[in-house]
Design a protein around this ligand. Structure first.
Ligand code: AHR
Length: 499
Protein backbone atom coordinates (compact mmCIF):
# COMPACT_ATOMS: atom_id res chain seq x y z
CA UNK A 1 0.00 0.00 0.00
CA UNK A 2 1.34 3.47 -0.88
CA UNK A 3 0.23 6.83 0.50
CA UNK A 4 0.16 10.37 -0.81
CA UNK A 5 -1.38 13.61 0.40
CA UNK A 6 -2.35 17.02 -0.87
CA UNK A 7 -4.26 20.10 0.27
CA UNK A 8 -7.28 21.89 -1.13
CA UNK A 9 -7.20 25.48 0.01
CA UNK A 10 -8.99 28.43 -1.67
CA UNK A 11 -5.99 30.60 -0.78
CA UNK A 12 -3.78 28.61 -3.20
CA UNK A 13 -5.40 30.01 -6.30
CA UNK A 14 -3.53 29.46 -9.56
CA UNK A 15 -5.89 31.25 -11.95
CA UNK A 16 -9.24 30.84 -13.67
CA UNK A 17 -9.83 27.66 -15.65
CA UNK A 18 -10.22 28.97 -19.20
CA UNK A 19 -12.98 27.11 -21.04
CA UNK A 20 -10.69 27.13 -24.07
CA UNK A 21 -8.56 24.49 -22.34
CA UNK A 22 -11.13 21.94 -23.50
CA UNK A 23 -10.64 22.35 -27.20
CA UNK A 24 -10.40 19.83 -30.00
CA UNK A 25 -9.14 19.67 -33.56
CA UNK A 26 -10.68 18.75 -36.91
CA UNK A 27 -8.21 18.44 -39.76
CA UNK A 28 -8.77 17.43 -43.37
CA UNK A 29 -6.96 14.18 -42.75
CA UNK A 30 -8.07 10.59 -43.07
CA UNK A 31 -11.65 10.26 -41.84
CA UNK A 32 -11.61 13.21 -39.45
CA UNK A 33 -13.89 15.30 -41.70
CA UNK A 34 -15.29 12.88 -44.30
CA UNK A 35 -17.32 10.10 -42.61
CA UNK A 36 -16.23 11.64 -39.29
CA UNK A 37 -18.07 14.90 -38.68
CA UNK A 38 -19.48 15.11 -42.23
CA UNK A 39 -21.25 12.40 -44.17
CA UNK A 40 -24.11 13.41 -46.46
CA UNK A 41 -26.53 10.53 -46.81
CA UNK A 42 -25.78 9.10 -43.37
CA UNK A 43 -29.02 8.35 -41.46
CA UNK A 44 -27.97 10.85 -38.74
CA UNK A 45 -26.84 13.59 -41.16
CA UNK A 46 -28.63 16.94 -41.16
CA UNK A 47 -29.44 19.01 -44.25
CA UNK A 48 -25.78 20.09 -44.59
CA UNK A 49 -24.46 16.56 -44.26
CA UNK A 50 -23.21 17.08 -40.69
CA UNK A 51 -23.46 13.94 -38.57
CA UNK A 52 -25.72 14.80 -35.64
CA UNK A 53 -24.67 11.66 -33.73
CA UNK A 54 -21.07 12.96 -33.72
CA UNK A 55 -22.25 16.48 -32.89
CA UNK A 56 -24.17 15.10 -29.90
CA UNK A 57 -21.13 13.21 -28.62
CA UNK A 58 -18.84 16.22 -29.09
CA UNK A 59 -21.36 18.41 -27.25
CA UNK A 60 -21.65 15.92 -24.41
CA UNK A 61 -17.86 15.81 -24.30
CA UNK A 62 -17.82 19.56 -23.62
CA UNK A 63 -15.61 20.60 -26.54
CA UNK A 64 -15.20 24.37 -26.28
CA UNK A 65 -12.96 25.32 -29.23
CA UNK A 66 -12.27 23.51 -32.49
CA UNK A 67 -9.08 24.15 -34.44
CA UNK A 68 -9.44 23.76 -38.24
CA UNK A 69 -8.52 22.92 -41.09
CA UNK A 70 -5.06 21.64 -40.07
CA UNK A 71 -2.51 20.58 -39.06
CA UNK A 72 -0.13 19.79 -41.86
CA UNK A 73 -3.04 19.99 -44.31
CA UNK A 74 -3.36 23.76 -43.92
CA UNK A 75 0.12 24.38 -45.31
CA UNK A 76 -1.03 23.46 -48.83
CA UNK A 77 -4.68 24.48 -48.58
CA UNK A 78 -6.53 27.03 -50.66
CA UNK A 79 -9.49 28.10 -48.55
CA UNK A 80 -11.28 29.41 -51.66
CA UNK A 81 -11.65 25.81 -52.89
CA UNK A 82 -13.99 25.05 -50.00
CA UNK A 83 -16.52 27.88 -50.39
CA UNK A 84 -19.39 28.44 -52.81
CA UNK A 85 -21.65 25.90 -54.53
CA UNK A 86 -20.44 22.39 -53.77
CA UNK A 87 -20.83 21.19 -57.35
CA UNK A 88 -18.26 23.69 -58.59
CA UNK A 89 -15.61 23.07 -55.93
CA UNK A 90 -12.37 21.60 -57.32
CA UNK A 91 -10.92 18.24 -56.39
CA UNK A 92 -7.27 18.69 -55.38
CA UNK A 93 -4.27 16.70 -54.29
CA UNK A 94 -3.40 17.20 -50.62
CA UNK A 95 0.38 16.93 -50.44
CA UNK A 96 0.43 16.67 -46.65
CA UNK A 97 -1.43 13.35 -46.37
CA UNK A 98 -1.24 12.20 -50.03
CA UNK A 99 -5.03 12.32 -50.17
CA UNK A 100 -7.56 13.37 -52.77
CA UNK A 101 -9.52 16.28 -51.36
CA UNK A 102 -13.04 16.80 -52.70
CA UNK A 103 -13.56 20.15 -50.90
CA UNK A 104 -17.18 19.21 -50.24
CA UNK A 105 -16.58 20.34 -46.66
CA UNK A 106 -15.13 23.83 -46.32
CA UNK A 107 -15.32 27.01 -44.33
CA UNK A 108 -19.12 27.45 -44.43
CA UNK A 109 -19.74 23.84 -43.37
CA UNK A 110 -17.14 24.16 -40.59
CA UNK A 111 -18.73 27.35 -39.27
CA UNK A 112 -22.20 25.79 -39.35
CA UNK A 113 -20.85 22.70 -37.57
CA UNK A 114 -18.97 24.63 -34.88
CA UNK A 115 -22.07 26.77 -34.21
CA UNK A 116 -24.31 23.73 -33.96
CA UNK A 117 -21.81 22.32 -31.49
CA UNK A 118 -21.89 25.55 -29.48
CA UNK A 119 -18.09 25.85 -29.63
CA UNK A 120 -15.67 28.58 -30.67
CA UNK A 121 -13.88 28.47 -34.04
CA UNK A 122 -10.09 28.57 -34.26
CA UNK A 123 -8.79 28.92 -37.79
CA UNK A 124 -5.29 28.27 -39.08
CA UNK A 125 -3.94 30.19 -42.07
CA UNK A 126 -1.64 28.73 -44.70
CA UNK A 127 1.86 30.20 -44.27
CA UNK A 128 3.44 27.27 -46.15
CA UNK A 129 2.51 27.60 -49.81
CA UNK A 130 0.78 30.95 -49.27
CA UNK A 131 1.30 34.01 -47.10
CA UNK A 132 0.22 37.39 -45.79
CA UNK A 133 -2.07 38.30 -48.70
CA UNK A 134 -4.13 35.13 -48.54
CA UNK A 135 -4.32 35.28 -44.73
CA UNK A 136 -5.74 38.80 -44.85
CA UNK A 137 -8.11 37.85 -47.65
CA UNK A 138 -9.40 34.94 -45.60
CA UNK A 139 -9.89 37.21 -42.60
CA UNK A 140 -11.80 39.69 -44.79
CA UNK A 141 -14.02 36.89 -46.09
CA UNK A 142 -14.72 35.72 -42.53
CA UNK A 143 -14.96 38.82 -40.37
CA UNK A 144 -15.69 41.88 -42.51
CA UNK A 145 -19.42 42.69 -42.50
CA UNK A 146 -19.94 43.39 -46.22
CA UNK A 147 -19.50 45.82 -49.11
CA UNK A 148 -16.12 44.46 -50.25
CA UNK A 149 -15.41 41.80 -52.82
CA UNK A 150 -14.52 39.08 -50.32
CA UNK A 151 -17.08 39.86 -47.63
CA UNK A 152 -19.79 40.05 -50.30
CA UNK A 153 -18.64 36.67 -51.55
CA UNK A 154 -19.37 35.22 -48.08
CA UNK A 155 -22.80 36.86 -48.14
CA UNK A 156 -23.44 35.48 -51.63
CA UNK A 157 -22.45 32.03 -50.36
CA UNK A 158 -25.26 32.21 -47.83
CA UNK A 159 -23.59 33.61 -44.70
CA UNK A 160 -24.92 37.12 -44.28
CA UNK A 161 -23.43 37.80 -40.86
CA UNK A 162 -19.67 37.94 -40.38
CA UNK A 163 -18.25 34.90 -38.64
CA UNK A 164 -16.44 36.99 -36.01
CA UNK A 165 -13.60 34.47 -35.66
CA UNK A 166 -11.25 35.59 -32.89
CA UNK A 167 -8.65 32.83 -32.68
CA UNK A 168 -6.17 32.49 -35.57
CA UNK A 169 -3.12 30.25 -35.87
CA UNK A 170 -0.32 31.75 -37.95
CA UNK A 171 0.54 28.56 -39.82
CA UNK A 172 1.17 25.10 -38.44
CA UNK A 173 4.37 23.40 -37.22
CA UNK A 174 6.55 25.61 -39.40
CA UNK A 175 9.65 24.23 -37.62
CA UNK A 176 9.03 20.73 -38.98
CA UNK A 177 10.93 19.62 -42.11
CA UNK A 178 7.82 17.59 -43.05
CA UNK A 179 5.78 20.77 -43.28
CA UNK A 180 5.00 21.97 -46.80
CA UNK A 181 6.80 25.31 -47.00
CA UNK A 182 8.83 24.65 -43.83
CA UNK A 183 10.85 27.69 -42.74
CA UNK A 184 13.75 28.63 -40.54
CA UNK A 185 12.87 30.33 -37.25
CA UNK A 186 14.12 33.62 -38.61
CA UNK A 187 12.06 33.39 -41.79
CA UNK A 188 8.94 32.31 -39.94
CA UNK A 189 9.27 34.94 -37.20
CA UNK A 190 9.32 37.71 -39.83
CA UNK A 191 6.35 36.30 -41.73
CA UNK A 192 4.37 35.75 -38.53
CA UNK A 193 5.06 39.33 -37.40
CA UNK A 194 4.08 40.89 -40.72
CA UNK A 195 1.02 38.66 -41.19
CA UNK A 196 -0.12 39.37 -37.65
CA UNK A 197 0.36 43.10 -38.10
CA UNK A 198 -1.69 43.12 -41.31
CA UNK A 199 -4.44 40.95 -39.84
CA UNK A 200 -4.77 43.24 -36.84
CA UNK A 201 -5.14 46.25 -39.16
CA UNK A 202 -8.18 44.59 -40.64
CA UNK A 203 -9.56 43.30 -37.33
CA UNK A 204 -7.92 44.55 -34.12
CA UNK A 205 -9.99 42.04 -32.13
CA UNK A 206 -8.22 38.91 -33.43
CA UNK A 207 -6.12 36.78 -31.08
CA UNK A 208 -3.06 35.34 -32.80
CA UNK A 209 -1.10 32.16 -32.14
CA UNK A 210 2.51 31.91 -33.33
CA UNK A 211 3.88 28.45 -34.09
CA UNK A 212 6.14 27.14 -31.37
CA UNK A 213 7.93 23.82 -31.69
CA UNK A 214 6.23 20.67 -32.97
CA UNK A 215 7.57 18.91 -29.92
CA UNK A 216 10.06 19.17 -27.10
CA UNK A 217 12.20 16.60 -28.92
CA UNK A 218 12.79 18.88 -31.93
CA UNK A 219 16.49 19.78 -32.34
CA UNK A 220 15.55 23.46 -32.64
CA UNK A 221 13.29 23.49 -29.55
CA UNK A 222 14.01 26.50 -27.35
CA UNK A 223 15.99 28.43 -29.92
CA UNK A 224 13.01 28.25 -32.31
CA UNK A 225 10.70 29.91 -29.76
CA UNK A 226 13.30 32.51 -28.82
CA UNK A 227 14.11 33.48 -32.43
CA UNK A 228 10.48 33.52 -33.56
CA UNK A 229 9.31 35.55 -30.56
CA UNK A 230 12.17 38.04 -30.83
CA UNK A 231 10.47 39.10 -34.06
CA UNK A 232 6.79 38.77 -33.37
CA UNK A 233 6.34 38.99 -29.58
CA UNK A 234 4.18 42.10 -29.65
CA UNK A 235 2.17 40.96 -32.67
CA UNK A 236 0.91 37.70 -31.14
CA UNK A 237 -1.03 36.62 -28.07
CA UNK A 238 -0.03 32.97 -27.80
CA UNK A 239 2.80 30.62 -28.65
CA UNK A 240 1.78 27.08 -29.59
CA UNK A 241 2.97 23.73 -28.23
CA UNK A 242 2.37 20.29 -29.74
CA UNK A 243 3.06 16.94 -28.08
CA UNK A 244 2.20 13.33 -28.81
CA UNK A 245 3.20 10.38 -26.65
CA UNK A 246 2.96 6.62 -26.98
CA UNK A 247 3.96 3.52 -25.09
CA UNK A 248 7.29 2.45 -26.56
CA UNK A 249 8.78 -1.04 -26.38
CA UNK A 250 6.31 -2.15 -23.72
CA UNK A 251 7.64 0.44 -21.25
CA UNK A 252 4.33 1.09 -19.50
CA UNK A 253 5.87 2.86 -16.49
CA UNK A 254 7.46 5.55 -18.68
CA UNK A 255 4.26 5.98 -20.65
CA UNK A 256 2.28 6.44 -17.43
CA UNK A 257 4.84 9.04 -16.37
CA UNK A 258 4.93 10.93 -19.68
CA UNK A 259 2.96 13.94 -18.39
CA UNK A 260 6.16 15.00 -16.59
CA UNK A 261 7.55 15.67 -20.06
CA UNK A 262 4.48 17.77 -20.87
CA UNK A 263 4.97 19.69 -17.59
CA UNK A 264 8.62 20.34 -18.41
CA UNK A 265 7.76 21.38 -21.97
CA UNK A 266 5.23 23.95 -20.71
CA UNK A 267 7.65 25.28 -18.06
CA UNK A 268 10.42 25.67 -20.65
CA UNK A 269 8.20 27.49 -23.15
CA UNK A 270 7.07 29.85 -20.38
CA UNK A 271 10.71 30.50 -19.45
CA UNK A 272 11.65 31.17 -23.10
CA UNK A 273 8.69 33.48 -23.70
CA UNK A 274 9.46 35.39 -20.51
CA UNK A 275 13.10 35.69 -21.52
CA UNK A 276 12.00 37.36 -24.78
CA UNK A 277 9.59 39.55 -22.82
CA UNK A 278 12.54 40.79 -20.75
CA UNK A 279 14.77 41.33 -23.79
CA UNK A 280 12.13 43.19 -25.77
CA UNK A 281 10.97 45.19 -22.70
CA UNK A 282 7.42 44.20 -23.55
CA UNK A 283 4.70 44.93 -21.05
CA UNK A 284 2.65 41.92 -22.22
CA UNK A 285 2.80 38.40 -20.87
CA UNK A 286 2.39 35.77 -23.57
CA UNK A 287 -0.01 32.89 -23.01
CA UNK A 288 0.34 29.35 -24.26
CA UNK A 289 -1.85 27.47 -26.73
CA UNK A 290 -1.30 23.72 -26.40
CA UNK A 291 -3.20 23.23 -29.61
CA UNK A 292 -2.19 19.63 -30.39
CA UNK A 293 -1.76 17.02 -27.68
CA UNK A 294 -2.68 13.37 -27.34
CA UNK A 295 -1.58 9.77 -27.27
CA UNK A 296 -0.61 8.79 -30.83
CA UNK A 297 1.01 5.46 -31.73
CA UNK A 298 3.29 7.05 -34.31
CA UNK A 299 5.43 3.94 -34.55
CA UNK A 300 2.44 2.16 -36.13
CA UNK A 301 2.15 4.85 -38.82
CA UNK A 302 4.44 4.29 -41.78
CA UNK A 303 4.70 8.02 -42.54
CA UNK A 304 3.23 10.04 -45.39
CA UNK A 305 5.53 8.51 -47.99
CA UNK A 306 3.95 5.10 -47.39
CA UNK A 307 0.48 6.34 -48.40
CA UNK A 308 -1.26 5.92 -51.73
CA UNK A 309 -3.25 8.75 -53.28
CA UNK A 310 -6.83 8.14 -52.15
CA UNK A 311 -9.87 10.05 -50.95
CA UNK A 312 -10.72 9.61 -47.26
CA UNK A 313 -8.18 6.92 -46.32
CA UNK A 314 -8.28 5.27 -42.89
CA UNK A 315 -5.34 7.11 -41.33
CA UNK A 316 -4.01 6.69 -37.78
CA UNK A 317 -7.29 5.42 -36.34
CA UNK A 318 -5.72 4.38 -33.05
CA UNK A 319 -7.95 2.26 -30.84
CA UNK A 320 -7.40 3.48 -27.30
CA UNK A 321 -7.09 1.30 -24.22
CA UNK A 322 -7.94 2.11 -20.63
CA UNK A 323 -4.20 2.70 -20.09
CA UNK A 324 -4.26 5.34 -22.84
CA UNK A 325 -7.26 6.98 -21.16
CA UNK A 326 -5.42 7.16 -17.82
CA UNK A 327 -2.48 8.81 -19.57
CA UNK A 328 -4.76 11.25 -21.42
CA UNK A 329 -6.24 12.13 -18.01
CA UNK A 330 -2.72 12.92 -16.76
CA UNK A 331 -2.19 15.35 -19.68
CA UNK A 332 -5.39 17.17 -18.72
CA UNK A 333 -4.01 17.37 -15.17
CA UNK A 334 -0.83 18.90 -16.59
CA UNK A 335 -2.85 21.53 -18.49
CA UNK A 336 -4.96 22.38 -15.43
CA UNK A 337 -1.84 22.59 -13.30
CA UNK A 338 -0.59 25.33 -15.65
CA UNK A 339 -3.89 27.20 -15.92
CA UNK A 340 -2.11 30.44 -15.04
CA UNK A 341 -0.33 30.42 -18.44
CA UNK A 342 -1.95 27.81 -20.67
CA UNK A 343 -5.24 29.23 -21.94
CA UNK A 344 -5.96 27.00 -24.94
CA UNK A 345 -5.72 23.23 -25.26
CA UNK A 346 -6.80 21.16 -28.26
CA UNK A 347 -6.86 17.41 -28.06
CA UNK A 348 -5.84 16.19 -31.50
CA UNK A 349 -8.10 15.16 -33.07
CA UNK A 350 -11.85 14.74 -32.53
CA UNK A 351 -13.13 11.91 -34.72
CA UNK A 352 -11.41 8.77 -36.08
CA UNK A 353 -7.94 10.29 -36.56
CA UNK A 354 -6.46 9.66 -33.07
CA UNK A 355 -9.88 10.75 -31.85
CA UNK A 356 -11.90 10.13 -28.70
CA UNK A 357 -14.88 9.58 -31.02
CA UNK A 358 -14.97 6.76 -33.57
CA UNK A 359 -17.42 6.37 -36.42
CA UNK A 360 -18.19 3.92 -39.18
CA UNK A 361 -19.37 5.15 -42.59
CA UNK A 362 -23.13 4.66 -42.67
CA UNK A 363 -22.82 3.16 -39.18
CA UNK A 364 -22.66 4.18 -35.54
CA UNK A 365 -20.49 6.62 -33.61
CA UNK A 366 -19.07 5.62 -30.24
CA UNK A 367 -16.90 6.86 -27.39
CA UNK A 368 -13.32 5.65 -27.16
CA UNK A 369 -11.83 5.23 -23.67
CA UNK A 370 -10.06 8.60 -24.03
CA UNK A 371 -13.41 10.32 -24.35
CA UNK A 372 -14.08 9.93 -20.63
CA UNK A 373 -11.26 11.84 -18.91
CA UNK A 374 -11.79 14.70 -21.36
CA UNK A 375 -15.57 14.81 -20.89
CA UNK A 376 -15.42 14.66 -17.09
CA UNK A 377 -12.59 17.18 -16.79
CA UNK A 378 -14.37 19.60 -19.16
CA UNK A 379 -17.59 19.20 -17.16
CA UNK A 380 -16.15 19.43 -13.64
CA UNK A 381 -13.09 21.71 -13.85
CA UNK A 382 -14.82 25.01 -13.13
CA UNK A 383 -13.94 28.31 -11.49
CA UNK A 384 -10.30 28.57 -10.43
CA UNK A 385 -7.50 26.05 -10.66
CA UNK A 386 -5.83 25.48 -7.29
CA UNK A 387 -2.24 24.60 -6.42
CA UNK A 388 -2.47 21.26 -4.64
CA UNK A 389 1.23 20.55 -3.93
CA UNK A 390 1.01 16.74 -3.80
CA UNK A 391 3.40 14.87 -1.52
CA UNK A 392 3.92 11.58 -3.27
CA UNK A 393 6.38 8.73 -3.38
CA UNK A 394 8.42 8.44 -6.57
CA UNK A 395 8.64 5.63 -9.06
CA UNK A 396 11.54 5.02 -11.44
CA UNK A 397 11.02 5.25 -15.18
CA UNK A 398 13.51 4.52 -17.95
CA UNK A 399 12.49 7.54 -20.03
CA UNK A 400 11.99 10.24 -17.39
CA UNK A 401 13.87 9.09 -14.28
CA UNK A 402 11.97 9.20 -10.98
CA UNK A 403 8.39 10.50 -11.37
CA UNK A 404 5.74 11.06 -8.66
CA UNK A 405 3.33 8.11 -8.34
CA UNK A 406 0.51 10.60 -7.83
CA UNK A 407 -0.24 13.45 -10.19
CA UNK A 408 -3.17 15.70 -9.38
CA UNK A 409 -4.88 19.02 -10.08
CA UNK A 410 -7.97 20.68 -8.66
CA UNK A 411 -10.52 23.35 -9.33
CA UNK A 412 -12.79 25.33 -7.04
CA UNK A 413 -15.94 27.17 -7.94
CA UNK A 414 -16.98 28.88 -4.70
CA UNK A 415 -20.07 30.45 -6.28
CA UNK A 416 -21.38 27.08 -7.38
CA UNK A 417 -20.23 25.48 -4.11
CA UNK A 418 -18.27 22.85 -6.01
CA UNK A 419 -14.73 21.59 -6.17
CA UNK A 420 -13.16 18.85 -8.27
CA UNK A 421 -9.96 16.93 -7.78
CA UNK A 422 -8.37 15.04 -10.67
CA UNK A 423 -5.79 12.40 -9.78
CA UNK A 424 -3.80 9.63 -11.41
CA UNK A 425 -2.18 6.74 -9.60
CA UNK A 426 0.78 5.74 -11.77
CA UNK A 427 1.60 2.60 -9.84
CA UNK A 428 1.01 -0.43 -12.02
CA UNK A 429 0.38 -2.84 -9.17
CA UNK A 430 -0.53 -1.00 -5.97
CA UNK A 431 -3.56 1.02 -4.91
CA UNK A 432 -2.69 4.45 -3.56
CA UNK A 433 -4.27 5.85 -0.42
CA UNK A 434 -4.80 9.57 -0.97
CA UNK A 435 -5.45 11.90 1.95
CA UNK A 436 -6.86 15.30 1.03
CA UNK A 437 -6.56 18.04 3.62
CA UNK A 438 -9.88 19.92 3.46
CA UNK A 439 -9.57 21.96 6.65
CA UNK A 440 -9.68 25.21 4.68
CA UNK A 441 -13.04 24.09 3.26
CA UNK A 442 -14.85 22.98 6.41
CA UNK A 443 -18.20 22.28 4.69
CA UNK A 444 -16.61 20.00 2.10
CA UNK A 445 -18.36 16.70 1.38
CA UNK A 446 -17.54 14.04 -1.20
CA UNK A 447 -20.30 13.85 -3.83
CA UNK A 448 -18.80 11.29 -6.18
CA UNK A 449 -15.55 9.49 -6.79
CA UNK A 450 -15.38 8.26 -10.38
CA UNK A 451 -12.55 6.14 -11.67
CA UNK A 452 -11.25 4.83 -15.00
CA UNK A 453 -9.34 1.63 -14.40
CA UNK A 454 -9.58 -2.02 -15.34
CA UNK A 455 -7.89 -5.31 -14.54
CA UNK A 456 -7.14 -5.47 -18.24
CA UNK A 457 -5.13 -2.33 -19.05
CA UNK A 458 -5.45 -3.13 -22.76
CA UNK A 459 -9.27 -3.19 -22.78
CA UNK A 460 -10.83 -0.88 -25.41
CA UNK A 461 -14.26 0.29 -26.52
CA UNK A 462 -15.20 -1.16 -29.88
CA UNK A 463 -18.14 -0.96 -32.26
CA UNK A 464 -19.33 -4.32 -30.91
CA UNK A 465 -18.74 -3.36 -27.26
CA UNK A 466 -18.77 0.46 -27.10
CA UNK A 467 -19.24 0.66 -23.32
CA UNK A 468 -16.63 -1.87 -22.25
CA UNK A 469 -14.77 0.97 -20.51
CA UNK A 470 -16.85 3.60 -18.71
CA UNK A 471 -16.18 5.43 -15.43
CA UNK A 472 -17.10 3.49 -12.28
CA UNK A 473 -18.15 4.92 -8.90
CA UNK A 474 -16.11 4.41 -5.73
CA UNK A 475 -16.57 5.80 -2.23
CA UNK A 476 -14.47 7.69 0.28
CA UNK A 477 -14.89 9.30 3.70
CA UNK A 478 -14.24 12.70 5.33
CA UNK A 479 -13.03 12.64 8.97
CA UNK A 480 -11.79 15.70 10.85
CA UNK A 481 -11.42 17.73 7.68
CA UNK A 482 -9.51 15.00 5.89
CA UNK A 483 -10.83 13.01 2.96
CA UNK A 484 -9.38 9.57 2.40
CA UNK A 485 -9.83 7.70 -0.86
CA UNK A 486 -8.18 4.72 -2.46
CA UNK A 487 -7.02 5.11 -6.06
CA UNK A 488 -6.74 1.75 -7.88
CA UNK A 489 -3.47 0.87 -9.67
CA UNK A 490 -3.02 2.65 -13.02
CA UNK A 491 -6.17 4.71 -12.63
CA UNK A 492 -7.52 8.13 -13.50
CA UNK A 493 -9.88 9.52 -10.86
CA UNK A 494 -12.13 12.50 -10.38
CA UNK A 495 -13.51 13.47 -6.97
CA UNK A 496 -16.47 15.80 -7.04
CA UNK A 497 -16.96 17.77 -3.80
CA UNK A 498 -19.62 20.10 -2.51
CA UNK A 499 -18.00 22.91 -0.53
O1 AHR B 1 -2.66 15.63 -35.78
C1 AHR B 1 -1.92 15.02 -36.79
C2 AHR B 1 -0.74 15.87 -37.27
O2 AHR B 1 0.19 15.97 -36.24
C3 AHR B 1 -1.04 17.31 -37.63
O3 AHR B 1 -1.47 17.44 -38.94
C4 AHR B 1 0.29 17.97 -37.44
O4 AHR B 1 0.16 19.33 -37.11
C5 AHR B 1 0.97 17.15 -36.39
O5 AHR B 1 2.26 16.81 -36.73
Amino acid sequence: MIDARLTLDPAFRLGPVDRRLFGSFVEHMGRSVYTGVFEPGHPAADELGLRTDVLDLAREMGVSVVRYPGGNFVSNYRWEDGVGPRESRPTRLDLAWRSIESNQFGLGEYMAWVRRLGAEPMLAVNLGTRGLTEAVELLEYCNYPGGTALSDRRVKNGDHDPYGIKLWCLGNEMDGPWQIGHQTAHEYGRIAAETGRAMRRLDPGVELVACGSSGRHMPTFGSWEATVLEQCYDQVDYISLHAYYEERDGDTASFLGSAVDMDAFIDEVIATADHVKARTRSGRKLRLSFDEWNVWYQQRFGGEASLEWRPTPRLIEDEYSVLDAVVVGSYLISLLGHADRVSIGCQAQLANVIGPIRTEPGGPAWRQTTYWPFALTARLARGDALRVEPESPLTDTAAYGPVPVLTAAASLDLQAGAAALFAVNRSLDEPLTLTVDLRALPAARLRTHRVLADDDLRATNTQADPDRIVPRQLTGRVDDGRLTVSLPPASWNVLELSV
